[in-house]
Write a protein that binds this ligand. Structure first.
Ligand SMILES: NC(=O)c1ccc[n+]([C@@H]2O[C@H](COP(=O)([O-])OP(=O)(O)OC[C@H]3O[C@@H](n4cnc5c(N)ncnc54)[C@H](OP(=O)(O)O)[C@@H]3O)[C@@H](O)[C@H]2O)c1
Length: 280
């Protein structure tokens, strides 16, 4: 029997690329979106999530879809609502939406408004709210680690149940291709709660370089982000959620990855061993 065609939004990103790989490994046909120009009709279709351009064409003939709001956009509702509405018009069999841990702390956050829209859409869905990704250390914070030997963040000494993006993607792929857990939201975390000094120590150990965590003031990070080209509203969003992290809201861990995948998620030691080259 032919397997469903699945649309993956943000398919070249940290989570999306691993979702696409997992789905392909299972023999699914995947249509991937990109904001870049696409010359030939093929696996990639052009969609600009900021303007809605290409959304309805991307969903034509698709049976299931993975939605996320790319990093850099603070109004997650403005990004996600047109996708949810189009999925509803197209009568998709299922939508799996990634938001973020804590998205449902208030009904008024842009992420929560998108979640509610999906919950009320009549579509079969899953919502997945991951904790902070381990992969931030080999992407956003990698330059500071390589060049200054420092993780510079306003994170205090708070513990965080960091999760590996590859586990998030595996959860997404499983929920996209199975229906027994439908119409549920899952907060997902890694297997242990560690602070930023623990991560610095683990990176030091694996690279042989002296890496330390140094707390900085939120304003210092904010101005650094803005001068590095991050939109002001997104920099403010990051400062806001780092404030929650610092207060300990991201410390708890749970067993939802195991519930969905039947295996434990990746921990700090395995993550740093597998990404060692990012910090050399
Ligand atoms: N990082 C964390 O610790 C963390 C924790 C919890 C939740 N989250 C959530 O995870 C999401 C980000 O996931 P991610 O890091 O996997 O994604 P990502 O790497 O930021 O982005 C995915 C892709 O989206 C595409 N994109 C960017 N702008 C676009 C546009 N205007 N229209 C269409 N596509 C566009 C880009 O691909 P092209 O260049 O090909 O267009 C990009 O590779 C955010 O919603 C964030 O809140 C992150």
């Amino acid at each position: 029997m032919a397997k469903d065609l699945i649309l993956a939004v943000g398919a070249s990103g940290t989570v999306g690329s691993a979702v696409v790989q997992s789905l392909k490994n299972e023999g699914y046909q995947v249509r991937s979106t990109t904001s870049k120009p696409v010359k030939h009709v093929g696996e990639y279709v052009h969609v600009n999530l900021a303007t809605g351009e290409g959304t309805s064409e991307a969903l034509k003939g698709v049976e299931r879809a993975f939605f996320l709001s790319p990093a850099g956009y603070a109004d997650h509702y403005a990004i996600l609502s047109p996708l949810i509405q189009e999925a509803k018009r197209s009568g998709l069999k299922k939508v799996v939406l990634m938001t973020a841990l804590g998205a449902n702390a208030s009904e008024s956050t842009p992420f929560r408004r998108a979640e509610v829209e999906l919950e009320k859409s009549g579509l079969t869905y899953n919502i997945v709210r991951p904790n902070w990704f381990y992969q931030n250390f080999n992407t956003f914070w990698a330059q500071g680690i390589r060049e200054q030997g420092k993780i510079l963040l306003p994170a205090g000494n708070a513990k965080v149940g960091f999760i590996d993006a590859r586990d998030i993607a595996a959860v997404m792929a499983k929920l996209l291709t199975t229906d027994d857990q439908s119409n549920r939201a899952f907060d997902i975390t890694g297997p242990e709660s560690v602070d930023h000094a623990d991560v610095a120590h683990a990176i030091s150990k694996v690279t042989g370089k002296k890496i330390s965590y140094q707390e900085i003031k939120p304003e210092v990070l904010k101005s650094g982000l803005i001068s590095g080209g991050v939109p002001k509203d997104y920099a403010e969003f990051l400062i806001l959620i780092l404030g929650y992290l610092r207060e300990g809201y991201n410390a708890a861990i749970n067993s939802n990855v195991k519930l969905v995948l039947g295996r434990e998620p990746t921990g700090l030691t395995k993550y740093v061993n597998e990404y060692k080259n990012a910090w050399l």
